[in-house]
Design a protein around this ligand. Structure first.
Ligand SMILES: *[C@@H]1O[C@H](CO)[C@@H](O)[C@H](O)[C@H]1NC(C)=O
Ligand SMILES: *[C@@H]1O[C@H](CO)[C@@H](O)[C@H](O)[C@H]1NC(C)=O
Ligand SMILES: *[C@@H]1O[C@H](CO)[C@@H](O)[C@H](O)[C@H]1NC(C)=O
Ligand SMILES: *[C@@H]1O[C@H](CO)[C@@H](O)[C@H](O)[C@H]1NC(C)=O
Ligand SMILES: *[C@@H]1O[C@H](CO)[C@@H](O)[C@H](O)[C@H]1NC(C)=O
Ligand SMILES: *[C@@H]1O[C@H](CO)[C@@H](O)[C@H](O)[C@H]1NC(C)=O
Ligand SMILES: *[C@@H]1O[C@H](CO)[C@@H](O)[C@H](O)[C@H]1NC(C)=O
Ligand SMILES: *[C@@H]1O[C@H](CO)[C@@H](O)[C@H](O)[C@H]1NC(C)=O
Ligand SMILES: *[C@@H]1O[C@H](CO)[C@@H](O)[C@H](O)[C@H]1NC(C)=O
Ligand SMILES: *[C@@H]1O[C@H](CO)[C@@H](O)[C@H](O)[C@H]1NC(C)=O
Ligand SMILES: *[C@@H]1O[C@H](CO)[C@@H](O)[C@H](O)[C@H]1NC(C)=O
Ligand SMILES: *[C@@H]1O[C@H](CO)[C@@H](O)[C@H](O)[C@H]1NC(C)=O
Length: 730
């Protein structure tokens, strides 16, 4: 147990690199600047080697990881001249990537792990030796982080590092909220930078309601299945084709994530949380609760097998998840037979390349031997099971997803909206005052329920994020913001790290700004706080010069009203910018004058971007569209009148500040006072109470005006400005 012996060195400042996760490191006297590095030499003896011991069935080669690493050096450190070549030894000015099958790379249970690596830094060059290509990849993350924090320079010395546990990452409820493939891929990049290797994607689920046994009601309730196959066998199962993944899209998601060492672990939930299946085949529902399959119905298990037979070949993970969460406790025996039968089926159907996982719901108390220990169990709550006494002592492997780290999008009566920092940094109850959390800690309050750190049956830890209140409670990126600040701290603990909260806070934002392969903050490079400034009076030949100094010129096929310095939106023409979205915090200012026309579509887009659309028109409530959901104000821009408007993204809220009047649109000339409106959503379970909460929507910047299947916004718009800051209504 290397990590334990390493702990004895803590206190010697040079004994680790301050990275996330922390990296054990023995520094020597010296530094190297990464600007002296001109090549990555991939050991030609291993360039085509892949790691076959991990969870992915599509592991990248050492050479493929090297190529991603080279592009990361550019995006994280502006190091654009690094070439990737093959060779057999290190050389001055290079990073040598090789493999080292040393037995030094041990997990918390003292077993060899392919994810270990060593890092050797001298003043002339760097060598990263992985126990496998994946191990070498994690070594490149340590190197990039150390260089980012050292302003391009790192200390000389050496590290031997390995994760304590093999499964580290997150579970995201993609059943009750759709996440576009690009977003999933960006989250994988986020996880990977902090050495998390697993993204469990919950691919089917439904809303809850107070009317579970009312078939008519339940058959209309929101329920979704996110895989989209043309196979006749599942025709009718997916009724949200625009919010699901085709095979080629899902392939690409899995491949992109695998390229950064992250495995997508798919979950299709049955026999509970299965309304999407009973909506497809109502005869399979329990009459007492339409969200559950009636396992006694002779067609139920064959139907579930048909679904898995269709989708099993899509999955490049050695573990697949059948859900098996929260079923009717009176039917625990049926549940156990279901799990047994699905286990045999999935193993056989996959040619024994895949194993099955279930949530801990009913520990088969009297009859453990009925369920094979090939089935791994994901613990989440002590009211369902005791992971140590029910499973581990009966030889089942357990993945820790205890709800100490459950979060629920936007609102919940039971769970928080962000991970709890106290639990991350002080969640080990066996240490007085609370030691750092680790995957063997199922119970943050009672150490008797936790196996020792070296327990080999603990697979690791995944932090879960649920969408109990459905698709319109949150935007897509709000799922990211919920994890943004603290998930990396938990990643440190999942690996086995011991960063203190102060250490973490001292480096997190600097590291965050350098995470490659994503722009989840939707930030935009800008030479000042003004990102775009368009004065349409200066437009010429369809080009609208950007006066901000950034050169983000616009292009338009619309006419310009020179006297008003305004663009004339005729319902068809549009203004295009080179930008997409601007995330928190921003101000999008413009002055607008809709025309009184009934030929336009009822709610035309005024601003369109990849994450959102601002809709507005004559007598149409100003509305934001995000993630397929509409969030309307009880306000519309008056027709044939100029109104100054500021769409403001301020932290986790979005506002529209308006000032109506006949002024020229410049500050201080409007005739009315500024009035503020906030975009809100209503959240709740139907049949129970609802609460109102703010919604955080990115500024849509790609296009102004244009048509969408009909005539678009008609009117004038001027004074368009985008700021990288919040400017209030003054
Ligand atoms: C690695 O694999 C590629 C493609 O499969 C092949 O072209 C190349 O020759 C291989 N290189 C080595 C060193 O085996
Ligand atoms: C549905 O359940 C409620 C509460 O358990 C019960 O009062 C009602 O009779 C049930 N309705 C049907 C149609 O079974
Ligand atoms: C489940 O299905 C069986 C067999 O079709 C049926 O007898 C039973 O009433 C069903 N149970 C419920 C609660 O729907
Ligand atoms: C335990 O399993 C055996 C064999 O499947 C079965 O006959 C028995 O009824 C089960 N006992 C309980 C308590 O579930
Ligand atoms: C667990 O496995 C060990 C080693 O194979 C065995 O000795 C023990 O009896 C098993 N325990 C149970 C409860 O099956
Ligand atoms: C919004 O952020 C504030 C602090 O920045 C926080 O107190 C509040 O709980 C957040 N609201 C939601 C709905 O997440
Ligand atoms: C965070 O966790 C600690 C320890 O379990 C608990 O005392 C505290 O109430 C939690 N904080 C929040 C905001 O839930
Ligand atoms: C701690 O856990 C043990 C084992 O489950 C249990 O017997 C004991 O009652 C628990 N203690 C408290 C204070 O809950
Ligand atoms: C998918 O289509 C439905 C029905 O037309 C629509 O309500 C929803 O907004 C669409 N979703 C997205 C992400 O565009
Ligand atoms: C605008 O919103 C209000 C409040 O939600 C609603 O009552 C009104 O009907 C809406 N107006 C239009 C034109 O949609
Ligand atoms: C946005 O502003 C909020 C306060 O409204 C602040 O807490 C947050 O850190 C800011 N976010 C960014 C990315 O600047
Ligand atoms: C969100 O969906 C719920 C149904 O789950 C609905 O009652 C509510 O009005 C919706 N909120 C908005 C803002 O559309």
């Amino acid at each position: 147990m290397r990590r334990t012996s390493f702990l004895q060195f803590i206190g010697i400042a040079s004994a680790r690199l301050l990275t996330v996760p922390s990296t054990p490191f023995e520094a020597t006297d010296g530094t190297i600047s990464l600007t002296t590095i001109t090549s990555i030499i991939v050991d030609s003896r291993h360039s085509n080697t892949t790691d076959t011991t991990g969870q992915t069935l599509i592991p990248p080669t050492l050479l493929q990881f090297a190529e991603t690493f080279a592009s990361d050096l550019q995006s994280s450190l502006d190091q654009s001249t690094v070439s990737v070549i093959e060779g057999t030894s290190s050389a001055a000015g290079s990073i040598f990537l090789t493999l080292d099958d040393s037995t030094a790379y041990l997990d918390a249970a003292g077993r060899h792990t392919a994810e270990g690596y060593s890092l050797s830094v001298t003043s002339s060059g760097i060598t990263i030796a992985g126990a496998s290509p994946l191990g070498a990849w994690w070594g490149t993350r340590s190197l990039i982080q150390a260089a980012v924090l050292g302003d391009g320079t790192i200390k000389t010395g050496s590290a031997t590092d390995a994760p304590g546990w093999a499964t580290r990452g997150v579970m995201l409820d993609g059943g009750r909220h759709y996440y576009p493939p690009e977003f999933v891929i960006e989250i994988c990049s986020y996880l990977s930078f902090f050495k998390q290797n697993t993204f469990q994607l919950h691919l089917s689920d439904n809303l809850l309601s107070a009317y579970l046994n009312n078939s008519e009601y339940e058959l209309g309730l929101y329920a979704a299945f996110r895989l989209d196959s043309d196979d006749e066998a599942v025709a009718g199962l997916n009724r949200w084709k625009n919010e699901s993944y085709t095979r080629s899209v899902f392939d690409n998601m899995q491949e992109k994530c695998a390229q950064r060492g992250v495995t997508i672990l798919p979950e299709i939930e049955t026999p509970g949380h299965s309304l999407v299946i009973t909506q497809w085949k109502p005869e399979l529902a329990l009459s007492t609760d339409y969200t559950m399959l009636n396992i006694s119905n002779p067609d139920t298990i064959p139907t579930v097998k048909t679904i898995w037979r269709t989708f099993l070949p899509w999955f490049y993970s050695k573990t697949v998840h059948i859900g098996a969460d929260e079923y009717d406790s009176k039917l625990a025996d049926d549940y156990n037979s279901f799990v047994r039968e699905m286990d045999s089926f999935i193993q056989a159907e996959s040619g024994f390349t895949k194993k099955m996982r279930i949530w801990g719901t009913f520990p088969p108390k009297d009859n453990y031997t009925n369920i094979s220990t090939d089935v791994s169990i994901q613990h989440w709550e002590f009211f369902e099971d005791n992971p140590l006494f029910d499973y581990i002592l009966n030889n089942y492997t357990v993945l820790n997803s205890d709800d100490a780290f459950y979060i629920v999008g936007k609102y919940s009566a039971s769970y928080p909206q962000t991970p709890n920092a106290t639990r991350i940094f002080h969640g080990d109850p066996s240490v007085p005052g609370g030691g750092p959390y680790a995957p063997n800690i199922f119970d943050i309050n009672n150490a008797t329920n936790n196996p020792p750190r070296g327990e080999p049956l603990v697979l690791g830890h995944l932090a879960a994020q649920w969408n109990d209140y459905g698709p319109n409670a949150t935007t897509v990126t709000e799922a990211y913001y919920a994890w943004r600040d603290l998930l990396p701290a938990l990643a440190d603990k999942q690996w086995g790290g011991d960063l203190s909260q102060d250490e973490y806070l001292s480096i997190f934002e600097t590291l965050h700004a350098a995470i490659p392969g994503q722009n989840l903050d939707r930030s935009i490079e800008s030479c000042s706080s003004t990102i775009i400034k368009y004065d349409f009076g200066k437009a010429k030949d369809g080009k609208v010069p950007d006066l901000s100094g950034n050169g983000y010129d616009g292009h338009t096929d619309c006419a310009i009203d020179g006297a008003a310095a305004a663009i004339v939106l005729d319902g068809t023409c549009a203004l295009h910018t080179p930008l997409g979205s601007k995330g928190r915090n921003y101000t999008l200012s413009f002055t607008v004058k809709p025309s009184d026309t009934d030929s336009a579509t009822a709610l035309p887009p005024l601003f369109t971007g990849p994450d959102s659309v601002l809709l507005a028109g004559a007598d149409a409530n100003v509305t934001l569209l995000s993630g397929g959901n509409l969030f309307a104000l009880n306000y519309s821009f008056p027709v044939d009148t100029w109104t100054e408007a500021k769409l403001v993204g301020q932290g986790n809220q979005t506002f529209l500040h308006v000032r109506e009047g006949e002024g020229d649109g410049q500050s201080g000339t409007g005739t009315e006072e500024w009035v503020s409106h906030e975009f809100l959503t209503t959240i709740g379970i139907l049949g129970q109470s609802f609460v109102w909460k703010g919604i955080a929507v990115e500024a849509p910047l790609t296009k102004v005006g244009g048509e969408t299947g009909g005539k678009g916004f008609v009117g004038l718009l001027k004074g368009l400005e985008v700021l990288d800051e919040v400017v209030g209504s003054s």
